[in-house]
Structure formats: C-alpha cells, structure tokens
Design a protein around this ligand. Sequence first.
Ligand code: GDP
Length: 423
Amino acid sequence: MNLVLVGAQWGDEGKGKIIDILSAKVDYIVRYQGGNNAGHTVVVGDKEYIFHLMPSGILHKAKVCVIGNGVVVDPFVLLQEIKEIKKAGIDIGGRLKISALAHVILPYHKILDQLRETKRKNKIGTTGRGIGPCYADKIIRCGIRMVDLLNPKILSAKLKDNLKEKNEVFKKVYQHKGFDFNSIYKEYLNYGKLFAPYISNTALLLNKAIDANKDILFEGAQGTFLDIDFGTYPFVTSSSATSGGACVGSGVSPAKINKVIGVAKAYTTRVGEGPFPTEFNPSFGKFMRERGREFGATTGRPRRCGWFDSIMVKEAVMLNGISELAIMKMDILDGLKEVKICVAYKYKGKLLREFPHDFEVLSNLKPVYKTLAGWPKVFTKPRNFRELQPNAKAYLARLGDMLNTKISMISVGSAREDTIFLD
Ligand code: GDP
C-alpha cells in the first residue's frame, strides 16, 4: 500500500505524529517537497524530536528514509540533523537515501531570501532559509543538484556561471558585496564527499521497492493552503505541498498511489502573513495559542489561531483526493463553553460555499459559523471513541458530515498512545 499523507490546512497540523505512527507499518518513508522550512515534531516517551529535512520515519529501525528529488537540501542543516540523530543513539546505517536530482541550497539563496523580504512592502513571511530562491533557480534552470556535488568540474562551471550573474545583482540591486567562488566551491565539494554514500537514484529505488510489494509512505510538509498553486498565494511556500507533489517529487507514478490521508487540526492555525477567515480575536487567540503550544517548530514564531474552517478543509479533500482524515489536538478544545465550525462565508451579502481565490474577497469575507456546545476538560485521556465526551463526539460527527469524509484517527495528545483509531 502506498500512502500519501498531507496537511489539509496551513501546515503544522500535527503531521509528524501521524507520520510516525504510520511509519511503523511501511517499509519506505519519503519526503517529496519543501526544505528545512518544514518542521515535524515527534514525541516518543519523554523525548521530543524535531525534524526539518530528515523524514520522521528515521526513528523506526530498519525503515528506509528517502529525501526525494522534489526537496531542496541545505547540506549544512542536513549534516547537523544527521549528527543529532546519531547522537541520540539512532542508527542511520544505509537507511538514508538522497535523490541525486534534489536541488541544493547555496549561501546566495539564503541571503537573497532575506534581502528580498526586507525590500518587500508586503512581506510574504518567508523563513529566510533560501528555499524560494533555490526553487526559483531550479525553474530557471541554473540550479545545482546533489549529483553536481559529486562532480568537481560540473560544480565549478555551474557555480562560476551563477556567481557571475548573481554577484552583479547582489551589488547593484541589494548593495551586498556578493560571494567568493573559492570558499563556496570548497565547502560544497566537501559536502559532496560527505553525502556521497547517501546520494542515489531514488526514483529507481522506490519503483523497485513497489515492484517488490514494499509499502511506501509519502510525507507531505507544510499544508494544502501553503501549496504554490492552490495556497493563499503569495503567502505560500515554493513547492507543491498537495498530494500531486508526491509523484513529481519522487518519481513514482500516480497510478501507484493507493490512498491519500489528510491531517487537520480540530481548529485552525497559520504562521506568518496572509488572509485567515476564521481567526480568533486577539485575546482568545493568545489564550488558545498558549494552550495549544502554537509556536513554530522551525522558527519559534507564534501561530495565529482560529476556528475549524470546513470550507477550507473541504477544498483540501478535493484537491488532494483525501479519503480519510486524522483530526488532531482535540484535547486543546476541552473545557471550552462552546465550539464553532465555519460552514460558509459571507461576502457583500452573498453566501459563499467554496474557497474563493480572489485575494480581496478572501481578505474581507466573514465566516458563517455553526456553534456547538463544548465539553468539559477531562483528566484521563480517552483511549477509544466510546470514552470521548458526548459533545466531542457530536463535534467530530458534524465535521465528518460537513467534509463528507471518513475520520479515521483522532488525536487527543502528543504521545503515540493518545490516538484513537476508528478502523
Ligand atoms: P507538523 O509540522 O504538521 O508535524 O506539526 P507540528 O510539528 O507543529 O506538530 C504539532 C505539535 O502538536 C507537536 O508538538 C506535537 O507533539 C503536538 N501534537 C500532535 N498531536 C497532538 C494532540 O492531539 N494534542 C496535543 N496537545 N498536541 C499534539
């Protein structure tokens, strides 16, 4: 069975936890897009692991973890992550595979990312890690790939060519002194040596695995509404965070994907700028942010919080082909007097039941809510559906109806055990 797991909101849905649970049941775990702007948190016992580039499946012994061609790799960050994982006593052995075709983040990408953001009147909220400029170079065909780090002649030629143009831009547009060829060349050639054992043809590896009836989990980073095409552009990430990205980002055909599972929080959060129809008022937002520990795993940035938006998640179900949903952080809603679900939007007196693309509409519409009674705070975590509070069950039933999608997992805490499976 080949599964794709995607975020159905603006990322940070708690995918890390579900990926970790599902990883136990598959043979291969694949990252297919994004870079170290993502951050998955996995809690095992009293230990918390935060992964930025490494597929979270690395915590499971004997699973092969793949960084696919659709990912952009900052070699320095990946090296740090490998070191930390080894320090934690986890054996990576031959389990990590990096696509030869994955693009590499260079120092000029990071600086450009930050300089561009400071120049922008309307900030897009980039993490400033060079992800966007690296993807831009990929598309304009001057990117440097993992395979190039293994070939001194090609690396030298590409880097020289790039620096010739980029240094001009840095000096003239950004009043930045530019970059020295020798130091970057030496540093990246060394990365080539260090990563050589991991770099391979991962599309071939995965397709052979499928032929041998192995199971693969494709782990999406970010979320549907951060997707470069379908997200709330331009406040999005630079890659395809929707399920289709799993195919182009790994070299596995859509015909080989069996199921797409969506992950959504029982409420909504978003980091950075951009429209957010169901956002709480500032004081309730602060209360919920603290209660839900809603601070970015990668950047520590406070997340904006709001009610569950069923119009958004319905759109995500459609775009990704989601047939099952995991609803996360139900426990964070415990003890509220009432809970709300956005069931439509209102704009200039008109009722909208689809997610609008016009930025003006999206920024000014008003959510229409269905209000339900809340449920008391519980002191022992429910271990099965029966043990959930009746009003929590009613809330979930309403979500399932609104989305016309099966809810197959309910998460009531960060630990692996705090998960209710409905199948
Ligand atoms: P991801 O990028 O989608 O994996 O999301 P994050 O890494 O930001 O994960 C969200 C955070 O919520 C992590 O700290 C998880 O341990 C935690 N978490 C996941 N599920 C639950 C849950 O059901 N309840 C609570 N309280 N925390 C959860």
